[in-house]
Ligand binder design. Structure first.
Ligand SMILES: [Zn+2]
Length: 307
């Protein structure tokens, strides 16, 4: 009996490791996982390409289990999973959703929206962080379920069009460029092209009022550099690291919640007091981590290059 249950446990473990590896593949386009070097230390923490990816993605269970849906600030809510962000902006004219994540997560997101007392069917606009499966694979299903207008950054179009879960075409209703805005029910978001991680990686910004004060909310795009950095991508990333630091920011958010320490901040909500998501001091911490890694990868790459 004991042997049997042990065997079952190890089979399950094996299966879940395989499933996790399979789930990572479309998300990171890196299979096998990235290396454990170079290492950089920022804010007393040491990072490698491998531990950054694992911090972002967690386990397969983390990727598909809802994190307690909660209000972040004003009319902005978290409706994603433990490791894949999805944000809901509620307006009197319907709602805006940022990131559908994996297609299998769309019902999880829809339930989180309902748990907050809102209607998923009221989703009028769907925005995306960047054209990787862990953020935008579910767009076609969201469109099917809500009829939302799907907005896409021009430079990410080819990658989005290649994303066809179950053979479904990736919907695109409006193509935007750097600096374009999206408005619904009195709320306006501005799209900033912050390319490098993908060609059309988009950082969304939005001013918000709460308690008589104004805050700048920033939905940062991923700043994680690829394992091998082509010259064109290096140029994009150099430009992006400069651009992000010019963006006014009081409330930093990201496409993976670990980028803005969501779990720790959420835990502080229960204590009351100041809103923990207002965190201007750490607005560019993730940029610092990713820029240090980007420069270290470049150095490693130059050292390995034939002379
Ligand atoms: Zn990505």
């Amino acid at each position: 009996m004991k042997t049997k249950s042990l065997m079952t446990a190890s089979c399950l473990l094996g299966a879940s490791v395989l499933a996790a590896a399979a789930a990572l593949a479309p998300a990171s386009a890196q299979n096998p996982p990235p290396p454990d070097h170079p290492a950089v230390t920022v804010g007393g923490q040491t990072y490698t390409p491998r531990n950054i990816l694992s911090r972002n993605m967690g386990t397969l269970e983390d990727q598909q289990t809802a994190f307690a849906p909660h209000k972040i600030i004003g009319n902005i809510y978290y409706v994603g999973t433990r490791t894949l962000s999805s944000f809901l902006i509620v307006t009197p004219q319907g709602n805006i959703l940022i990131d559908s994540t994996f297609e299998r997560n769309v019902p999880v997101i829809a339930k989180s929206v309902a748990d907050l007392g809102f209607r998923f069917a009221d989703t009028k606009i769907l925005l995306g962080n960047h054209a990787h499966g862990d953020h935008q694979e579910g767009d076609a299903l969201v469109k099917q379920m809500t009829g939302a207008q799907v907005v896409a950054m021009q430079e990410d179009l080819p990658a989005l069009q290649a994303m066809k879960p179950g053979g479904k075409e990736h919907p695109v209703d409006r193509v935007i460029r750097d600096g374009d805005t999206v408005t619904l029910g009195g709320m306006t978001l501005t799209a900033h092209l912050t390319a490098g991680h993908t060609r059309g990686c988009t950082t969304w910004t939005m001013p918000i009022q709460e308690g008589g004060r104004n805050y700048n909310v920033v939905f940062f795009c991923s700043l994680r550099s690829p394992g091998t950095i082509a010259p064109a991508v290096a140029d994009e990333m150099n430009r992006t690291f400069r651009t992000v630091r010019t963006i006014p920011c009081d409330v930093p958010l990201g496409d993976h919640p670990a980028q803005y320490r969501m779990q720790a901040k959420h835990a502080r909500l229960a204590a009351g007091g100041a809103n923990p998501f207002v965190d201007p001091a750490n607005c560019f911490l993730e940029a610092d981590i990713q820029e240090a890694m980007f420069r270290a990868v470049l150095v490693e790459q130059q050292q390995a290059a034939p002379r």
